[in-house]
Write a protein that binds this ligand. Structure first.
Ligand code: ZN
Length: 229
């Protein structure tokens, strides 16, 4: 991640922003400016910053869980497609990988719970189109995007957390390399299903399908290269 800027260091973990993320913010500013002028542009950028603050907290969830097992996270990088926490190594024991993988989405569950139970927000929005509505409050939108982050991350396919959770569960019953191979197959099967739905209904799904397909192959190749159990 050389083409990224260090913006902070929190608990010994560098927070970096990829240059494409800055371009993405400029793009968000321009589309929202065209739709709603200066106020619209500010709201659009604040929404994206709020969303990525939640993504960052999610990544810190992984990093802190990993630290509990003595694994250091040198940096977390924000990209337009999400965040990446770069762990020094993958936990050795399947149950440890399970804890590290679950810790991320669990942070989003906590955010949703706090917003609903403490701030009493979250009821005003139930479809994705509402995210663009200027009449719906910021916190309501944050509840919605955090629910989406939970669902998206729990898709049982690499490189999503759901893929790691699935692999960890399988690895409790079989060798690690076999568990990875099966999890990668399931992920690639899902990628094909997403691609078909994408062609039929929503081009965005084709992008996700590609992302999952490549992720599954990389994960399988990485485990083969390391020669782990
Ligand atoms: Zn995650």
């Amino acid at each position: 991640m050389r083409s990224s800027l260090k913006v902070a260091s929190i608990f010994g973990i560098e927070v970096r922003i990829h240059l494409t993320f800055l371009l993405f913010l400029v793009w968000i500013w321009f589309i929202n400016y065209q739709l709603g002028g200066f106020t619209g542009a500010i709201q659009g950028v604040l929404f994206i910053l709020g969303l990525f603050a939640c993504v960052l907290l999610h990544e810190f969830g992984h990093a802190f869980a990993a630290r509990g097992f003595g694994i250091h996270t040198p940096d977390i990088t924000l990209l337009p497609i999400g965040g990446v926490a770069r762990l020094d190594r993958i936990p050795e024991k399947p149950w440890q990988e399970l804890v590290v993988a679950i810790a991320g989405p669990l942070v989003n569950v906590v955010i949703v719970a706090v917003l609903i139970l403490v701030m009493h927000t979250g009821g005003a929005l139930d479809q994705v189109e509402d995210l663009e509505s200027p009449t719906i409050g910021f916190l309501d939108k944050m509840v919605y995007v955090n629910k989406m982050l939970i669902l998206f991350n729990l898709i049982p396919a690499f490189p999503m957390d759901g893929g790691r959770i699935l692999r960890a569960l399988l690895a409790m019953a079989m060798p690690y390399s076999r568990a990875t191979q099966i999890a990668a197959w399931i992920g690639q099967g899902l990628a094909v299903v997403f691609a078909i739905f994408g062609i039929l209904f929503n081009p965005w799904l084709i992008f996700i399908a590609y992302f999952i397909f490549v992720g599954a192959r990389q994960e399988a190749a990485m485990v083969r290269a390391r020669g782990v159990r």
